[in-house]
Design a protein around this ligand. Sequence first.
Ligand SMILES: CC(C)(COP(=O)(O)OP(=O)(O)OC[C@H]1O[C@@H](n2cnc3c(N)ncnc32)[C@H](O)[C@@H]1OP(=O)(O)O)[C@@H](O)C(=O)NCCC(=O)NCCS
Length: 407
Amino acid sequence: MAPRPELRQVDEASYDGFARNLDRTFGFDYNPDEDTFRPLIEFERAFAHFDQGTVVSTLGAFSLEMTVPGAVLPCGGTTVVAVAPTHRRRGLLTELMTTHLAEVRDRGESFAALWASESEIYGRYGYGRATKSADITIKRQAPTLSRHAPEPLPVRMIDPEEAKEKVPTFHDRFRTGQPGMFKRSEPWWEHRTFSDLPSRRSGYTAARWAVVDDRDGGIQGYARYRTKGVPGDSHPASEMVVWELFASSPEAWAGLWWYLLNHDLVVEVTARLRPSEDPIFDLLAGPRRAQLKVTDGLWVRLIDIPEALEARSYQSEFHGVIEVHDPMGLSGGSYELEASPEGAQCRSTDKDGDIILDIEDLGSIYLGQPGLRRMARVGRLSGDEKSLEAADLAFGWSPQPWCPEVF
Ligand SMILES: CC(C)(COP(=O)(O)OP(=O)(O)OC[C@H]1O[C@@H](n2cnc3c(N)ncnc32)[C@H](O)[C@@H]1OP(=O)(O)O)[C@@H](O)C(=O)NCCC(=O)NCCS
């Protein structure tokens, strides 16, 4: 029998094989000249299986600072998970995840998070779906703003150089108030956000940047979008895809959305990775014009439950025992949580659980998207009605968690 592939840390020398396995598994051709992951890799957090010297699996992690309700915490951002088609279903992913989650724990990160290529994969490793992600499509025939919408602020198109100056400062302020968002490091801005390789545009134009100016010389919102001509008759027509749209005032939200929806010759606008409760639904006179496709977004895996639960804020009081089952044997146990808007204490206990759930489902409510009573209705978890209701209220948060970026 062939020897089992060996799992070890990746280094400079093995990076090429790592990248090739990753791109092959995801269906791309590796091009070292256009490798935007290389400047971001944290080698001490990257692992691979080697089969007689050939890389046949990969997993990496970003050391993220992620916003949770009322706080910003270190988080292990699980990424680049790929097992070669020749080596699937032999337990390689399970071995990678076990190593990765132990590493997250040893670093003192109280949780990990990821985007899943397929939503069947990560529940077994304790990740729960913690945010929703929506694609919103609006046909552009004469949308009108609601009579309650504020006067839209004027919008200015800027070039990428000015965007590099102004956008990161705004984003850094915005993301600290939005659970599910994370800090972009300088290499992240350079190699992910501002990198605009023609080969990655799928026929769309270069990125366009539009901003609403602030009085202090900064901005109070921006949008990043592209357009692409649509085949049809001989008249020019195009569709628009919006990759980012953030604003810090009602007038700036209205200004940016109104600007995007009022592009002559654009027949359809699709905004990707939006919150399912996007401001556009409150701004439009006819909200049904905005068609919504919602899927799971970010998945969260709690590692140090007392630390994670004490670090976040709560909307109302909850006092009870949460019994957590963890099939991986990492974080399970019973935890007494005393939480209120003033703060929280959480400790291990041998008391009976008022709420009994899997680690996956605790992860799914952690960022502020409540759902315990909903999950209890279909038997995913159990608990007395009073505790479930109190926990749903306490764990809920406004704004709802949203992660506008796949990593
Ligand atoms: C998804 C992927 C990483 C799984 O790797 P793997 O080494 O085959 O997984 P394992 O053998 O360790 O499987 C562990 C368990 O997960 C299950 N599983 C693995 N992939 C699955 C999938 N795509 N859908 C449903 N279940 C899956 C296995 O059946 C197994 O279940 P069991 O423990 O009950 O037997 C691999 O198929 C792959 O790389 N796919 C393409 C890239 C991708 O989707 N990566 C994920 C990026 S987020």
